[in-house]
Design a protein around this ligand. Sequence first.
Ligand SMILES: O=C(O)c1ccccc1NCC(=O)[C@H](O)[C@H](O)COP(=O)(O)O
Length: 257
Amino acid sequence: MNANEEEVAPAVRAILDAAAEREGGSERLAVDARSLTDAFDAVEADGRVPIISEVKPTSPTTEGTRDDDPVELAEEMVAGGAAALSVLTEPEHFGGSTENLERIREAVDVPVLRKDFVVREDQLDVVESDVILLIARFVDDLAGLVEAAESRGFQALVEVHSVAELEAALAAGASIIGINNRDLAKLEVDLATFETVAQEAPDDVTLIAESGVSSVDDVRRMRAAGADALLVGTAIMDGDVRENVQRFTNATQETQT
Ligand SMILES: O=C(O)c1ccccc1NCC(=O)[C@H](O)[C@H](O)COP(=O)(O)O
């Protein structure tokens, strides 16, 4: 079945319908990207866990909206030790914007991931970022879009949720793969997803555990299963973002609980 025709949660169907309608950019971008793997290596060398901290004002599974200035949130996350940032640009269901991404990328020096539902090549040309998310399940020509992204200078983070999608991502040439613990068909989260799928990934791929991480124990669990880095949104946005990032990035240190 075509991924765009499969059954997904109504909220995700609405997100995909909106994504299909969204305009692309008019001029092809050329990005001078900050290296995501170098950023991870620097944090590892410091004895900490590489965390991609997500600026996520709201979502279909969160109550309310966080209205703080996204640039202030981003700066606090970096001060807390985030290796990289993820910035929602999806406007209708996540409260994101391309303007937020531009302002944040200008204000910080860590790599910034554009978090959106990109389904066509021209949508790559809307805003510059260091990394761009491509969701295997929702892209028809994954190899074509990975190539299109990389030829513009983006690093492609290809998101998967199953071993079959992992194989498709590898066949498409992906070298940075996010395993999403959130099933976008049911919006249920299960950290065992990362544990199962990661076992089938080759060693030379950079593996990111995405979604559902809410405690230091979860961070340790994902690291034990082979995560090179973790992408965390809700659990960081809930409260003091600097303290939350600090707690997760220091998760392997003995004094943390
Ligand atoms: O987060 C949602 O509610 C959501 C709903 C529908 C489609 C995608 C969704 N999230 C996208 C993400 O990938 C997460 O924002 C990201 O992995 C962080 O997850 P979390 O730490 O659980 O907030």
